[in-house]
Design a protein around this ligand. Structure first.
Ligand code: 5GP
Length: 117
């Protein structure tokens, strides 16, 4: 499916919508989730137009992939309220993906509990 340039994260990356920014570099942008599910809930997005994790891994260069996940590690180390954290990416609607721009959730700051309800 073609990338939707009008999805909400594309608009945030273009500066058309506001957000609580946490981090920005050549490969990644991070912000606080608008509806946090934990004391720390940060979303990390690649800069390129990738719809999902699978799309990112199929289409991104090695530099983009490494740059993105290096940024995730840095953000988790520097901006989480606790040393421990959970990483989640929902790949596709069945998995719970609601915004069609690949993103990783960093969750932390409290005991995480079971993965599924
Ligand atoms: P998904 O369900 O696609 O894995 O995650 C989408 C996440 O984006 C949700 O946790 C939701 O709360 C968050 N979200 C949706 N719209 C916005 C927005 O406009 N700004 C921010 N910062 N987060 C958003």
């Amino acid at each position: 499916m073609a990338y939707d340039h009008n999805n909400v994260f594309a608009k945030i990356l273009r500066g058309d919508l506001p957000c609580k920014q946490v981090y920005d570099d050549v490969f990644a942008f991070a912000m606080h989730d608008i509806a946090p599910a934990a004391p720390t809930h940060i979303l990390v997005l690649p800069k390129g137009p990738y719809e999902s994790f699978a799309d990112f891994m199929a289409g991104a260069s090695k530099g983009e992939v490494f740059g993105f996940f290096a940024a995730v590690a840095k953000i988790a180390a520097q901006h989480n309220a606790t040393p421990d954290f959970r990483l989640i990416t929902n790949n596709g609607a069945l998995a719970g993906q609601t915004v069609p721009h690949f993103h990783v959730h960093i969750l932390g700051g409290a005991p995480m509990g079971a993965l599924l309800p």
